[in-house]
Design a protein around this ligand. Structure first.
Ligand code: ATP
Length: 416
């Protein structure tokens, strides 16, 4: 089944609202084997909406619209739909009763504008909206279907999950299945990854596609297959996924969208390792990432944000001469920070980090983005320098990611 999404709203076109509705619908439909062939955003103008409906209905089997349903938009989407199908708008008593019940719950009375909201295109089946007042609408027309949903994301999601998907399952069961396997990697770019795995995938059936999805510090390698037989599909996608994982080795930190922090937590928990951090330029961001994972207390003892030189000296025991001679952003300083935090916390492994996140504070010798990371344990400590070229927050995020990955690799090499 081919689908097109139309989002309605000037706020999307001027960048005030980011179109997360399409991303969510795309994801959910993809899992159900529905192909999204186009995503269109249009103005809050009757002619623009009508023209988008016209074009989409010519190309797709299913058109899903979001936005322009509530009273604040003069129900413009509904009028455009009624015009397209050449039907009247009819009053829905059922919708009015629902609005009344919702308003009475909050001790409010319904007004005339709500009555106006209850007019629907005559050929629409109403889809219940448990989260708001405007119902969704579904119109079946010559083997094609148009669905119109509220723009508010949680209302749209609830109608799709509770009403639309069960309807599609019953009336248009999918003839093919989609199956993904995503391999999470960190430490190499997509070109190197492609060079490693692509020669091994020459015999991969053409119903399986490979995509590289790079983001800050990591690359997701996603295998997506589509086939009528679910068993064959899962077997084949898993088979080629395994080949790639084996070839990529330690740069793989997990599968199916697991986070690096989760992977590190699993590793530490399995090996009963306690972890600590001493952070300067990342200001606690590494600790935040670690503690964002439920159950992090099983391995994370805690850490220190030693932003000033005084704290580096007084708490972590970094030598004054080290700071004077080499500076706070140096190999020697991060190694002493790591040594200090391991001694204080008695953790098994740790990370220390100090750098220039920017936008100011750089020099010719140490430009913005120069970040030193130390990682290791009591007997073996390693320091690496990275040169990040992004803005302040991205430098912090990237350096935190590299630090966590370096420690993960250290644990793999020293404890397994
Ligand atoms: P209302 O009752 O507010 O008129 P509506 O169903 O007509 O609801 P819109 O007015 O188009 O929907 O959007 C309501 C709000 O929902 C927007 O202000 C925005 O915050 C959010 N929204 C709308 N469209 C999208 C979208 N495509 N992605 C993410 N959020 C959206």
């Amino acid at each position: 089944m081919k689908a097109i999404i139309i989002t309605v709203g000037d706020e999307i076109l001027i960048g005030q609202v980011i179109d997360t509705n399409s991303a969510w619908i795309g994801n959910v439909f993809n899992e159900k084997g529905i192909d999204i062939v186009e995503i269109v955003s249009v103005q809050d103008k009757l002619e623009a909406i009508e023209s988008a409906i016209q074009q989409a209905m010519n190309k797709a089997d299913l058109v899903v619209m979001t936005g322009g349903l509530g009273p604040t938009k003069d129900d413009i989407t509904k009028v455009a739909i009624a015009n397209y199908f050449g039907v009247e708008m009819v009053y829905s008593e059922e919708t009015f009763e629902r609005i009344k019940i919702i308003f009475e719950k909050f001790g409010r009375t319904v007004g005339e504008s709500h009555k106006a909201q209850c007019f629907m295109p005559a050929n629409a089946i109403l889809l219940k909206n448990k989260m708001g007042t405007a119902p969704g609408m579904l119109i079946q027309h010559e083997n094609k279907m148009l669905v119109s949903l509220p723009g508010v994301p949680y209302e749209m999601k609830s109608i799709i999950t509770d009403e639309l998907l069960p309807y599609l399952q019953k009336n248009h069961p999918s003839s093919s299945h989609i199956f993904h396997k995503t391999i999470m990697t960190s430490g190499e770019g997509e070109t190197i990854i492609a060079d490693i795995i692509e020669p091994l995938l020459e015999n991969m059936p053409n119903y399986i596609k490979l995509a590289y999805l790079p983001s800050l510090g990591h690359v997701r390698v996603r295998f997506t297959g589509k086939h009528q037989d679910r068993e064959i599909l899962e077997k084949e996608v898993s088979h080629y996924g395994e080949i790639a994982m084996k070839a990529l080795g330690k740069i793989v930190y997990g599968v199916d969208d697991i986070s690096l922090e989760q992977s590190l937590q699993d590793l530490c928990s399995n090996l009963d390792l306690k972890l600590t951090t001493a952070e300067s330029c990342t200001g606690g961001f590494i600790s935040h990432k670690i503690t964002s994972i439920p159950g992090s207390s099983s391995h994370f003892i805690g850490g220190i944000v030693s932003y000033s030189n005084d704290l580096k000296k007084n708490i972590l025991n970094v030598n004054e001469e080290t700071l004077i001679k080499h500076g706070a952003v140096s190999e020697q300083t991060v190694l002493e920070m790591l040594h200090g935090i391991l001694a204080i916390t008695k953790a098994n492994v740790g990370i220390a980090i100090s750098g220039i996140a920017g936008p100011d504070g750089g020099s010719e010798e140490k430009p913005v983005g120069t970040i030193w990371i130390a990682y290791g344990n009591d007997s073996n400590q390693v320091a690496v320098k990275i040169n990040s070229t992004k803005d302040r927050l991205k430098n912090i995020e990237y350096a935190s990611h590299v630090a966590l990955n370096k420690l993960r690799l250290f644990i793999l090499e020293n404890y397994i």
